[in-house]
Design a protein around this ligand. Structure first.
Ligand code: SAM
Length: 282
């Protein structure tokens, strides 16, 4: 389907196919999405009604992870695959714990970057917040540009965040090598927060609705790819895992009544298909 060019769309935006950043924004109730993304989202909800709750649970995990790191004294964050700004942005959560916290956002989707820029111009502080368009798969480009912003001090611990993004790296690309490259650049005492979609250990794995949603995404501009629990654990090789180690997103540092999304999955947290962990570099 060819769409009429939209004068509101930032340059480089693909409006021919739905895109994960904008679909995710729609799932979370945002407005940085186009008709093609909303149509995809509505079809996805029909296919798999839990999907909005799952998106919310993933976002809430991000918030709890950032708060945890900030409470451990981490005051600078590099959030790669940061998405469209929505409820509970990393810099807002970090700042609520430490008003001096710093954050660099990176995303490869022009809409996500443009909206982050607008948000930071409105409420950010130039020397403490920045956003850049970059591809996670290219640390040799992303890392120096993130440092060039002047926001991060590479000699002090950094909270590196890749939440809900590594599953966009195709299985035939060296995701592990990419993550290890970033980790090798971080100073001791840094943290790595991540989550990933899996079909490993999911009680309803093989469920027709789950398979259908996976197939729908393969037709978008941003197909996702499962990795096993063991493959996800490899990303944390050499790091000290924070308790409870590798967990379902709805199970990581959640308390009953605190999160409606996690509460809705209390009977079967595996329904999210989202595993997560936080590791510390010794
Ligand atoms: C599902 S959203 C997650 C957003 C946010 N991290 C969160 O957890 O709420 C995934 C984001 O990763 C971005 N993304 C996908 N592949 C990427 C890549 N290779 N490099 C940078 N960002 C990427 C997408 O554009 C999208 O904004």
């Amino acid at each position: 389907m060819t769409q009429v060019p939209d004068p509101e769309a930032p340059e480089g935006v693909d409006l021919e196919r739905p895109n994960a950043a904008r679909i995710y924004d729609w799932f979370l109730g945002g407005t940085a999405n186009w008709a093609i993304d909303r149509e995809f989202g509505e079809r996805a909800v029909q296919t798999f009604p839990m999907i909005k709750t799952i998106a919310r649970a993933g976002r809430e995990f991000l918030g709890r992870g950032v708060r945890y790191m900030a409470e451990q004294g981490i005051d600078q964050f590099l959030d790669i695959g940061s998405g469209v700004p929505t409820v509970g942005n990393v810099h807002e959560i970090a700042t609520s714990v430490n008003p001096d916290a710093r954050c660099v956002y990176v995303d490869n989707e022009p809409v996500a970057v443009a909206h982050s820029q607008i948000l930071l111009e409105r409420e950010g502080v130039a020397d403490r917040h920045a956003v850049l368009q970059g591809d996670l798969r290219n640390p040799a480009d992303v890392w120096p540009r993130a440092l060039d912003t002047g926001v991060l001090d590479p000699k002090r611990p950094i909270g590196l965040i890749m939440v809900g993004v590594l599953y966009f790296v195709p299985r035939d690309e060296p995701a592990l090598e990419i993550v290890r490259k970033y980790l090798s650049l971080l100073p001791s005492g840094s943290y790595f927060l991540s989550s990933h979609l899996t079909d490993d250990g999911v009680r309803t794995s093989g469920d027709a609705r789950r398979e259908a949603i996976h197939k729908q995404y393969q037709k978008s501009s941003t197909p996702f790819h499962y990795r096993s629990r063991a493959e996800f654990a490899e990303f944390f090789g050499g790091l000290e895992l924070v308790e409870p180690g590798i967990a379902w997103v709805a199970d990581w540092h959640t308390e009953a009544g605190e999160s409606s999304a996690a509460d809705r999955m209390a009977d079967d947290p595996s329904i999210s298909g989202g595993i997560c962990a936080l590791g510390r570099k010794p």
